[in-house]
Design a protein around this ligand. Structure first.
Ligand SMILES: [Ca+2]
Ligand SMILES: [Ca+2]
Ligand SMILES: [Ca+2]
Length: 213
């Protein structure tokens, strides 16, 4: 039996609807999460050593997520002391605290090596760090207070052979912002844009996700 013209039109419309749905879904899945990599299990500490003793302390994409530690007790304790004012949005209080309480010290000065990634607890204990240490701490604090894994991450960027790290945060009502963790909340928008202009992101990560760009 031949299909009537009405049946053919219905089939065509269903196919069109399916194609349109697929295009819309693909378009709205954020670019940043498309290349998720499966992660290895978090390494267990051996002989009572903390898990950090297994980390290479330099940029290593297969290890990056282990530096973001929202469940670390020191990070959570600090967080409880930071978000004290109900009138100030938590993201501002946290950002201000990190910018004002952690002092920039290069890895060469602090550790005697060109590069040394610190865990959040180490940065809190030392009170010092450089760009990735500020970023790891800030991202850990945001994750600890409840930002979802698809709402905050550390960005590693490159500009003419120079590398830098900052935080990207999806702030309620404002949307995604690049945040320079060494600067306070007054720098949101213009200051951040000026500080981070020229850098191209090469990697995003938090404790759940890694996206190599
Ligand atoms: Ca608050
Ligand atoms: Ca460094
Ligand atoms: Ca460092």
């Amino acid at each position: 039996m031949r299909k009537t013209r009405a049946q053919s039109r219905s089939v065509f419309l269903v196919i069109l609807l399916l194609v349109a749905t697929v295009i819309i879904v693909l378009y709205y899945v954020p670019e940043v999460w498309r290349q998720e990599e499966p992660f290895p299990e978090i390494p267990e500490g051996e002989n009572g050593q903390p898990a950090g003793s297994h980390l290479s302390r330099i940029y290593n994409s297969s290890e990056a997520r282990f530096y973001i530690t929202p469940n670390d007790p020191a990070t959570q304790q600090t967080l409880n002391n930071i978000v004290a004012n109900p009138l100030i949005p938590d993201w501002i209080e946290i950002r201000e605290w990190v910018a004002n309480n952690i002092e920039y010290v290069s890895d060469t000065t602090a550790h005697g090596v060109l590069e040394y990634w610190q865990l959040s607890a180490e940065t809190l204990s030392l009170g010092t760090g450089d760009c990735e240490d500020f970023s790891i701490l800030l991202c850990s604090l945001y994750r600890a207070i409840g930002w979802d894994e698809d709402e905050v991450y550390v960005v590693v960027g490159e500009n003419d052979g120079r590398y830098h790290a900052w935080v990207r945060l999806d702030i309620d009502t404002i949307g995604w912002q690049n945040i320079e963790p060494q600067q306070g909340a007054l720098n949101t928008f213009i200051g951040d844009s000026l500080s981070l202009s020229g850098y191209t992101a090469v990697c995003n990560f938090n404790d759940i996700y890694l996206n190599i760009l």
